[in-house]
Design a binder for this molecule. Structure first.
Ligand SMILES: Cc1cc2ncn([C@H]3O[C@H](COP(=O)(O)O)[C@@H](O)[C@H]3O)c2cc1C
Ligand SMILES: O=C(O)c1cccnc1
Length: 353
C-alpha cells in the first residue's frame, strides 16, 4: 500500500477537552475574558490538536516543494519556467523571501525538488525526489499518471513522518513552480465546485489578455481531461502538479502525528483541499495563515471552512504567509505560558454583578 494511504486511518480526532481546559487557563490571566480574541482561539486549537491543555511551544518546520508544469507552454505565467530552478538555487543559498522570514522566526526549512524541468545536482540542502522533468501539459492530456500522483503523495507523507521523528511539531507548506496557479485554479474548479473565471487569478502578474488566456486554458484542461470530482486522486493526476501532490501528502502525514499544518496561500491551500478530499479527517489539522491576493484562494478557504489569520495582500507563495502566521501562534503560546493570573498578580477579577 502506498505510504500516504497507510496513515489515513491513523489521523486522530482533536482533543476537545484539552482545548476547553486551555480556555480555562486563559480565562484566569490578567485581561478581560476573551480579550485576546483569535490569539486565544489559536492557543486553544493548538491545545486540542496536540492533545494537552498547556502544550509546549511549537517546534517549527516548513516544507517547500518545487516542480515545473507543462502547461507553461500555453503562456499562463508572467515569468519563464526557468525561474522555478533558479529559485530553488536561491532557496539553497538562503536568499529568497522564505529563507529570510524563516530565519527571523526560527523555522527549519526543507526544500524538495519534486520535479523541476532540469535536474539540479549538488545543491546544498535540496532533497531530490524528482518524479520527472515537470508535469505534462494538461491541456493535451493528464498532467501525470495516477501512480505518479500516489508517489508524490507518499514522498510528502514520509517527509512529514521524518520531521515528526526529529521533533518538529508544526509544519508549514510552501510551494515553488512557475505555472502552478493555473494547476491550482483547475483543481479548485473541480474540488470546490467553482467556475474557471472565479478560480483563476493573475498569479505572478499576467495582464488582462494573459488572464483571459489562463481562464481559457483552465476551461480546456477540464474539457480535455474530464476529472471526476468524486475521485480526488483522478483530479490530482489530471490537472495537479508534483509539488501540490507532495504537499497534500505532507498534510496527511503531519495530521497522523498530531502535527498541525499551517497553510500558506492559494497553492498550498489547494494542496490542503486535495488532502481534505482524500481524507476529511485531516481538516481540523489545517490552519489558514493568510488571505492571498490570488482570486481563487477565498473559494478554497471557504471549501475548507477556514478563516485566515492575516490579510496582508501577499501573493508570493514559498510558505511566506505560513511563517508569518507561525509568529502569531508563538505569541499565543507565550501568553499561555508566561502571563500572570489574577491570583498570582493580585489583580481584582470581574465584578459579580
Ligand atoms: C521570482 C519568483 C519567485 C517566486 N516565489 C514564489 N513564486 C510564486 O509564483 C509562481 C506561481 O505563479 P504563476 O502561476 O503565475 O507562475 C509559483 O512558483 C509561486 O510559488 C514566485 C514567482 C517568481 C517569478
Ligand atoms: O497565494 C499564493 O500562494 C500565490 C499567489 C500568486 C503567485 N504565487 C503564489
Amino acid at each position: 500500500m502506498p505510504a500516504y494511504r497507510e496513515v489515513l486511518a491513523r489521523i486522530p480526532d482533536p482533543d476537545t477537552d484539552a482545548g476547553r481546559q486551555c480556555q480555562g487557563l486563559l480565562d484566569v490571566k490578567t485581561k478581560p475574558q476573551g480579550s485576546l480574541g483569535r490569539l486565544e482561539e489559536l492557543a486553544c486549537q493548538w491545545a486540542a490538536l496536540r492533545g494537552e491543555a498547556a502544550p509546549a511551544m511549537p517546534r517549527k518546520g516548513l516544507v517547500v516543494m518545487a516542480a515545473d508544469h507543462g502547461v507553461t507552454e500555453e503562456g499562463v505565467s508572467a515569468y519563464p519556467a526557468e525561474v522555478t530552478a533558479q529559485m530553488v538555487a536561491n532557496f539553497s543559498r538562503g536568499g529568497a523571501a522564505i529563507n529570510v522570514l524563516a530565519r527571523q522566526h526560527g523555522v527549519r526549512v526543507e526544500v524538495v525538488d519534486m520535479g523541476v524541468r532540469v535536474p539540479l545536482p549538488g545543491l546544498q540542502g535540496v532533497r531530490n525526489h524528482r518524479l520527472g522533468p515537470g508535469t505534462g501539459n494538461f491541456t493535451r492530456g493528464p498532467a501525470m499518471s495516477r501512480r505518479l500522483a500516489e508517489e508524490a503523495l507518499s514522498v510528502g507523507t514520509l517527509l512529514a513522518l521524518e520531521l515528526a521523528e526529529s521533533g518538529v511539531t508544526l509544519i508549514g507548506l510552501g510551494d515553488m513552480g512557475i505555472g502552478n496557479t493555473t494547476s491550482s485554479a483547475a483543481l479548485t474548479c473541480v474540488l470546490a465546485g467553482v467556475s474557471p473565471d472565479m478560480a483563476t487569478g493573475r498569479g505572478t502578474g499576467v495582464d488582462d489578455a494573459g488572464l483571459t488566456r489562463k481562464v481559457e486554458v483552465v476551461r480546456r484542461a477540464l474539457a480535455v481531461n474530464q476529472p471526476d470530482a468524486a475521485d480526488p486522486l483522478d483530479v490530482l493526476a489530471k490537472v495537479g502538479g508534483f509539488e501540490i501532490a507532495g504537499l497534500a501528502g505532507v498534510a496527511l502525514g503531519a495530521a497522523s502525528k498530531r502535527i498541525p499544518v499551517m497553510l500558506d496561500g492559494f497553492i498550498s491551500s489547494v494542496a490542503g483541499l486535495v488532502a481534505a478530499r482524500l481524507c476529511p479527517r485531516v481538516m481540523p489539522f489545517l490552519l489558514a495563515s493568510h488571505m492571498s491576493r490570488e482570486a481563487g484562494h477565498r473559494r478554497v478557504l471557504e471549501a475548507l471552512r477556514l478563516r485566515p489569520l492575516l490579510d496582508l495582500g501577499l501573493r508570493l507563495g514559498e510558505g511566506t504567509g505560513a511563517v508569518l502566521a507561525m509568529g502569531l501562534l508563538d505569541s499565543s503560546l507565550h501568553i499561555l505560558h508566561e502571563m500572570a493570573t489574577f491570583a498570582s498578580a493580585g489583580v481584582a477579577e470581574k465584578s459579580r454583578r
